[in-house]
Design a binder for this molecule. Structure first.
Ligand SMILES: Cc1ncc(COP(=O)(O)O)c(C=O)c1O
Length: 343
């Protein structure tokens, strides 16, 4: 393996920058289960304001934030509708059913191309004869959808569908910051479309830990209770919240650089016929069906030259740009990956 590793597996692999570590070191803290951590309180207020909601709750992970939100919106035995490839039903280990008694029903994987008509057709009304739909969950940006951005107009149409059926809407906004930077849509504009959002600080924003559930005061009061029940009540969490506050202040607009670098990677591999979708943000999904090697072989060959990529399936792989990948690293990665694809 090469001396310096270029890790393109995920934007979760980032390490805190020196400035972030400094902010963490000097953070004022208290016991957050008592509501007494001033840095956590400040972060929650800041994030709520960004999305135009009343309040927010700091959680250890995006999965916990999503699952708390789903439990807020869907009572046991009722259902949530979402994309077949949504993180909430793909990578959260059946939590909606296991913890919330929630039934999940999915529309065919569509990435960011959500079809409001399809969603409308799936809604089941209240009644004793079928599972009632209580919420629609969308993912912005869409992880398995190659970092695609759901257009604002589509989200507005889905909101109309939800309103007509009187069901709630949740946004898994782990990478909503990327959508905000890519499409120039204000976070508050996204915020007003959803009853709850979960947003992550530990993906593209580069904090080591942390996500928030955003919503109304009454919802977040109940969310605090559910978080504690799930074992997510943290004590002097201000050290972590300080990293999040630093990320919000310094590391949102720089996501545009990640998008440009992802586009460079995409452009370099496109002639090999391996680009799975258009690249809008920081994820570059690869479909190696027509490549001379499958995804594990591709990843293994790249690894021997110091470039790490994610294997998502036998013929699917993914490259991700983030805080730890600069222009020089992208040039080197292009060199390695195009050489591997040529073999
Ligand atoms: C779209 C999406 N939602 C939620 C999560 C969950 O975040 P965590 O790993 O913090 O549980 C991820 C993680 O990568 C994600 O990509």
């Amino acid at each position: 393996m090469a001396d310096t590793v270029i890790d393109l597996r995920s934007d979760t692999v980032t390490r805190p920058t020196a400035g972030m570590r400094e902010a963490m070191a000097v953070a004022e803290v208290g016991d957050d289960v008592y509501g007494e951590d001033p840095t956590v309180n400040a972060l929650e207020a800041e994030v709520a304001a960004l999305f135009g909601h009343e309040t927010a709750l700091f959680c250890p992970t995006g999965s916990m934030a999503n699952q708390i939100a789903l439990q807020l919106l869907v009572s046991p035995g009722n259902e949530v509708l979402c994309d077949a490839d949504a993180h909430v039903v793909t990578y959260e280990i059946g939590a909606a059913a296991a913890y919330g008694g929630i039934s999940s029903r999915t529309w065919p994987a569509a990435g960011a191309d959500v079809d409001p008509g399809v969603v409308a057709g799936m809604i089941r009304p209240d009644g004793y004869w079928a599972v009632p739909t209580r919420a629609i969950a969308v993912e912005q940006t869409h992880n398995r959808g190659g970092g695609g951005v759901i257009p604002l107009d589509t989200l507005r149409e889905v909101r109309r569908v939800a309103d007509d059926a009187q069901v709630a809407m949740h946004c898994d906004g782990a990478r909503i910051w990327h959508a905000h930077v890519a499409d120039g849509v204000a976070l508050a504009t996204y915020g007003e479309l959803f009853d709850t959002l979960s947003v992550c600080l530990s993906k593209g924003l580069g904090a080591p830990v942390g996500s928030l559930v955003v919503g109304s005061t009454d919802k977040i009061e109940r969310a605090r209770f559910i978080r504690k029940r799930m074992g997510g009540g943290m004590r002097q969490a201000g050290i972590l919240a300080a990293a999040g506050r630093y990320a919000l202040a310094h590391q949102v607009q720089r996501l545009a650089d990640d998008h440009v670098r992802a586009a460079r990677l995409a452009e370099a591999v496109a002639p090999f016929g391996v680009l799975a979708t258009d690249v809008r943000t920081n994820l570059v999904p690869l479909d190696l069906t027509k490549a001379p090697l499958d995804a594990p072989a591709f990843a293994a060959a790249a690894r021997t030259e110091g470039v790490l990529v994610s294997v998502l399936g036998p013929r699917t792989a993914r490259l991700v740009t983030h805080l730890g990948v600069d222009d020089v690293a992208v040039s080197r990665a292009i060199d390695v990956l195009t050489r591997v694809l040529r073999t």
